[in-house]
Design a protein around this ligand. Structure first.
Ligand code: PLP
Length: 425
């Protein structure tokens, strides 16, 4: 289910946020606005009388955050056209906003391709960035006109030759992604030696090679990763030229993180200037960078257990929430994140910190959100906790394990007039 609220920005007492690029101010305003909406929403829910499910965890999504990230991208990486990685968060309103902002889209499957096309995005703004594709999906891509796609092995080339011989191919090369939170090069990417063999194979099969791609790993932490990857890509361009290919596209993948974005963008720009001065179209596949900050999750405390926390009689609590690692906190397992709990709704000033461990609702012991965290005051059953930065790799990998919902309400707001105007709220 989905709720659209009006643009609430004029209803909250916060600093001027019209300047989309002053992120300190806007980040503060966005947080204040989100907390106001969270409080309004939970005020409507009475856990003592509500119907089953009415107290389910829910999101507040500030699309102003997505909008500001886009402005920031354009300011810092003007040469790189973003193709948003849909897998990160295929939320329809996020996609609708990005479609209106003119980004492209990185799709990994038929369903993602169809979702993006359903928003009226032309197939030319999609890259099927999945080096190992399902045959029937390849035929589908051909049918709907999605031409651009990645590959990294010979078997894939034969498959493409059979299913979609006119596809525009982008050779994905290996990177050193050892400094990233989620490594991808253990699974995908051709080494430089293998890339050379692949170039010969493409030529032999008379396929249409248009460019090179790489991914430095999701949640990258080494800004120098781009320098090495861009240099390697240059090497493949040069090898390809000796075989008669005139490559026109470099895809620098994703990996960008909010906190370090400017540093990574600076390094990438430098590398591009050195190795790709002109004539090559550059695209990227950012996911987390666009989606992470925009979503805040609220979850209800459904149960509590008092426990001893030391040998001197100190007491703490195990709290059980109605969402956990099999749900929206799937990012703890798959994305190695550590969501930070905050208390919503009660005045908490001057309350002493109390020790908690926080658990999800399923019967599995792995379903733990945090082993040990101090929150102010004693939290009661029925209280709400909230978690910021829950927009990336969260609800897209939620399950129904133990019969809990995998489809949580999202309340959409916009702290940015530019986004509100585009979206009509
Ligand atoms: N592109 C590809 C091919 C990916 O596999 C991923 C993430 O797994 C992304 C882009 C998005 O990465 P990030 O969210 O780190 O920007």
């Amino acid at each position: 289910t989905t709720t659209l609220t009006n643009n609430l920005i004029d209803k909250i007492d916060c600093p001027d946020i019209n300047h989309g690029l002053e992120s300190d101010v806007t980040g503060f305003a966005s947080k204040a606005l989100i907390q106001k909406v969270l409080k309004e929403q939970i005020a409507r829910i009475n856990v003592d009388t509500c119907e089953p499910g009415e107290e389910d965890a829910f999101y507040v999504a500030d699309l102003g955050e997505v909008y500001r990230q886009h402005l920031r991208w354009k300011m810092n990486l003007a040469r790189v056209k973003p193709f948003y990685a849909v897998k990160c968060n295929p939320d329809k309103e996020v996609l609708r906003l990005l479609a209106k902002l003119g980004t492209g889209f990185d799709c990994a499957s038929k369903a993602e391709i169809d979702l993006v096309l359903s928003l009226g995005v032309p197939p030319s703004r999609i890259i099927y960035a999945q080096p190992c594709k399902t045959k029937s999906y390849l035929r589908h891509a051909q049918r709907v006109g999605v031409t651009l796609m990645t590959f990294d092995n010979t078997d894939e080339l034969y498959k493409i030759k059979e299913c979609y011989p006119k596809a525009e191919l982008v050779l994905r090369i290996l990177t050193d992604d050892s400094a990233s939170a989620c490594r991808l090069s253990t699974k995908y990417g051709a080494s430089l030696e293998y890339a050379e063999e692949l170039l010969h194979r493409v030529k032999h099969l008379n396929l249409n090679l248009v460019g090179v791609s790489f991914h430095i790993g999701s949640g990258a932490s080494d800004p120098n990763s781009f320098g090495k990857a861009v240099k390697d890509a240059r090497g493949v361009f040069d090898q390809a030229a000796t075989l008669g290919f005139d490559l026109k596209l470099l895809d620098v993948g994703g990996g960008f993180v909010d906190e370090t974005f400017e540093t990574f963008a600076g390094n990438l720009n430098e590398a591009l200037e050195e190795h790709f001065p002109t004539n090559v179209r550059i695209i990227g596949e950012p996911g987390r960078y666009y989606a992470s900050n925009a979503f805040t999750l609220a979850a209800n405390v459904i149960a509590r257990r008092e426990v001893a926390v030391d040998h001197e009689g100190g007491k703490g609590y195990m709290l059980y929430l109605n969402d956990g690692v099999y749900g929206n906190f799937s990012n703890i397992i798959f994305d190695h994140q550590h969501p930070v709990p905050q208390v919503l709704a009660r005045p908490i000033a001057n309350e002493l910190p109390v020790e908690y461990s926080i658990w999800g609702p399923t019967c599995d012991g792995i379903d733990v959100i945090t082993d040990r965290y101090f929150l102010p005051g004693v939290i009661e059953i029925g209280d709400w906790l909230f978690f910021e930065n829950m927009g990336a790799y969260t609800k897209c990998s939620a399950t129904k394990f133990n019969g809990f919902s995998d489809d949580h309400e999202v309340i959409y707001i916009s702290s940015e007039p530019g986004a509100s105007a585009l979206l009509g709220y």
